[in-house]
Design a protein around this ligand. Structure first.
Ligand code: N01
Length: 556
């Protein structure tokens, strides 16, 4: 098909410095920061509004697992002080309200073209420019391009036999409709019990006439600390924000772990101390059980030896399974819900509200796909090797093509016509998760090889956007044409990313997570995020910027 080269110009486009793909929190902050640096920026966004992951994941029960006072922008002291979070861990709708407020407050929407999907991103070598083509047949050009496309933004819908035959309603948690979905009186089937499934299942059970949960892998999930925000606690946080933000930047996962002391009653303060630092191997079986009984199932995560010692981890796994036995009425259902064959800490920790209790309801059925594999989807439900289950609505909570999915889907082509797909055939190769050799002036926010999903995303995003903005401003101020990593920098960094993941629970035997690409058939098995910690990573980025980018090639 002939390429549509119609070029849509807006008033500022001739002087555009940067094109950004995506108006989630990364794209939003990029507009603000780039404007501060006097860079002319335009953002292309597929959705009809800002918010990224929180725009698309509207399923009932969607909620953040980082406290909102920490999962929020730190670039504006006024914003920090003015915004009120109604709950400690925010629901999706409150995070979207925050995104809307940020967009209004900093007048971001005038730089965003909504309802437009990018279909290709191409380097024009002779001009040292990037051209973006959209599904509307438009093209836009600029010397630099920033992919702010998110780590979990391409929903994974597995190809299951008979999927097209189902005549009822089909939904995906990662593409939940904006319009309310009424499930009352409906029979609902759901596939998937990761973070999304675990959050939505109790909500579906409350709404639907009957819920059937198709589970392939049981999950280690612990109750979320779900509470309304108390004014005094919020104020104490706000009074300490400078110190909190500094702690975030010096913490492995970008969270300050700030504990309010003035606004918390002494007995509560004791409760908040979940026994961090205790070693499970140094305790007797009775002491371990007492720890969970007294401080809750979530305290299992605080044993300090379970993340690097497989034997300690297995003791914790058995303790977890014991707890499930005591929580679930039907022993067969309890057995079905017990994770085995991989340990706590291999996957992203899942937090829930009433998850296990849900399986004590008469109107909820657990189907264990390990003992009864899914044979086919039918017109009216799912047939497993043992039974046909009928329902009106089928929900996929089957996750995402994480970290690389959105970048590959954008059809990026660099120098000499090399596609990113070809470059990453055997796994993502990038320097600091920021840039790829052969793709000059193309930047990725929280790309593979950066702390990204192992870090508080808002903190990771701010650090990346700041670095990218400074780098582009550096080129512009010196009239330099392009920057890209040296090939040896990429290889050395990827080696380091793999080395630090080695020996952790993330890469332990039996671990199959989306961090490793293991949820997508055919995807290279590589541990993608950087597990070496945010401070160490940040230092490396700062080293590059402060020494005129020695790990990069710069062309005049
Ligand atoms: O996706 P997942 P998710 N047949 O990949 C199952 C973030 N997040 O959307 O494990 C049957 O974790 C799959 O089974 P298995 C967070 O970072 C955060 O739930 O592959 N089942 C699994 O049970 C999280 O880690 C929050 O055997 C199939 C499920 O689908 C990330 O997003 C909330 C299947 C997918 O689980 C992804 O979570 C929500 C098949 N063919 C999400 N294919 C919070 O902040 C897949 N599955 C709280």
């Amino acid at each position: 098909m002939a390429k549509d080269t119609r070029h849509t110009r807006d008033a500022a486009e001739d002087t555009l410095d940067v094109l950004v793909v995506g108006a989630g929190f990364a794209g939003m902050y990029a507009i603000h920061r780039f404007r501060e640096l006097d860079l002319n920026v335009k953002v292309i966004e597929a959705g009809s509004d800002v918010g990224g992951t929180w725009y698309w994941n509207r399923y009932p029960g969607a909620r953040c697992d980082v406290p909102s006072l920490e999962y929020s922008f730190g670039f504006s002291k006024e914003l920090e002080q003015d915004w009120h979070w109604p709950e400690v861990f925010s629901a999706q709708k409150d995070i979207l309200r925050y995104a809307d407020h940020v967009a209004e407050r900093f007048d971001l929407r005038r730089s965003i073209q909504f309802n437009t999907r990018v279909t290709s991103v191409e380097y024009l070598e002779e001009d040292n420019r990037w051209r973006i083509t959209t599904d509307k047949g438009e093209t836009f050009e600029a010397p630099c391009c920033v992919m702010a496309t998110g780590c979990l933004s391409v929903p994974n819908k597995p190809e299951l036999p008979g999927a097209e035959d189902f005549t009822g309603q089909t939904l995906h948690t990662g593409l939940w409709p904006k319009e309310p979905v009424d499930l009352s009186g409906k029979r609902v089937g759901i596939i998937g019990t990761g973070s999304s499934g675990v959050q939505v299942i109790p909500e579906l059970a409350r709404q639907a006439q009957h819920l059937t949960v198709f589970q392939r892998t049981p999950v280690y999930t612990v109750p979320a600390n779900r509470k309304p925000m108390r004014g005094a606690v919020e104020q104490e946080f706000k009074d300490n924000y400078p110190q909190i933000r500094e702690s975030q930047w010096n913490n492995q996962g970008g969270v300050s772990n700030f504990r309010p002391v003035k606004s918390v009653a002494p007995d509560r303060a004791r409760y908040l101390n979940r026994g961090e630092g205790l070693k499970i191997k140094s305790m007797t079986p009775d002491e371990r059980r007492r720890q969970l009984d007294d401080r809750g199932l979530e305290s299992i995560l605080s044993f300090s030896d379970i993340y690097a010692d497989l034997e300690a981890n297995e003791i914790a796994n058995e303790l977890f399974r014991d707890k499930i036995r005591s929580m679930i009425n039907d022993p067969e259902v309890a057995e079905g819900l017990m994770p085995r064959g991989f340990g706590i800490g291999c996957k992203r920790q899942v937090l829930d509200r009433d998850y296990f209790d849900t399986f004590n309801r008469d109107d909820v059925t657990l189907v264990d796909l390990r003992s009864s594999p899914l044979e086919t989807i039918t017109e009216t439900g799912i047939r497993t090797s043992t039974e046909h289950h009928e329902f009106d609505v089928l929900i996929y909570a089957t996750g995402f093509d994480a970290m690389t999915g959105a970048l590959l889907k954008a059809n990026i082509t660099g120098r000499n016509g090399q596609s990113l797909r070809d470059k990453w055939e055997h796994g993502p190769v990038a320097y600091l998760g920021l840039q790829m050799h052969g793709f000059p002036n193309l930047f990725t926010v929280t790309g593979p090889g950066s702390p990204s999903v192992l870090c508080n995303m808002l903190v990771a995003i701010e650090q990346h956007v700041n670095w990218i903005g400074d780098c582009i401003a550096y080129l512009k101020a010196r009239n330099l044409a392009t920057i890209e990593p040296r090939p040896e920098s990429e290889l050395e960094w990827i080696g380091h990313v793999n080395d630090v993941a080695e020996g952790t629970m993330f890469t332990s035997p039996g671990c199959n997570s989306w961090y490793l690409g293991a949820n997508i058939p055919g995807k290279p098995r590589i541990f993608m995020p950087y597990v070496g910690g945010f401070p160490r990573y940040r230092e490396r980025c700062e080293f590059e910027a402060s020494r005129d980018y020695p790990g990069f090639q710069i062309n005049a």
